[in-house]
Design a protein. Structure first.
Length: 125
């Protein structure tokens, strides 16, 4: 997976709680400290800032990996037009996009751990 190298993969395998402990990827990302805090009531969801509480080492590695994936995409001439990354980089600061990408990477890592399998690069449309 872009942004997750051997060091991050081993760290996730060693430091993360068993994937059965979490019912969905958002719970895993919240455990790491990458999901926004919820202030919901009456069926109305309100999301705040990320809490930065949780597994600090994994959060740091995922954010560093996300920054490297963003820089690699920009070196290649930018992310593909119309992709999630290109749309986010066009309207948000780079560090905020890196944290959002780290959140996505944590959720994908949980899905791979929980359901088994291997990451497959998405086909270009």
């Amino acid at each position: 997976m872009p942004g997750i190298g051997p060091v991050t993969a081993v760290s996730i395998a060693v430091l993360a709680a068993p994937p059965e402990m979490f019912s969905k990827g958002r719970d895993f990302a919240a455990w790491i400290g990458l999901a926004p805090r919820q202030h919901s009531t009456g069926g109305k969801t309100r999301l705040g800032k990320i809490s930065k509480m949780g597994q600090r080492d994994l959060r740091r590695l995922l954010i560093i990996g996300a920054m490297s994936a963003i820089q690699a995409a920009q070196k290649r001439g930018g992310a593909p037009d119309g992709s999630w990354l290109a749309r986010m980089l066009a309207r948000k600061p780079k560090m905020l996009v890196a944290v959002a990408l780290a959140n996505k990477m944590a959720r994908m890592a949980w899905a791979i751990m929980a359901h088994g399998g291997v990451y497959e690069t998405p086909a270009n449309a």
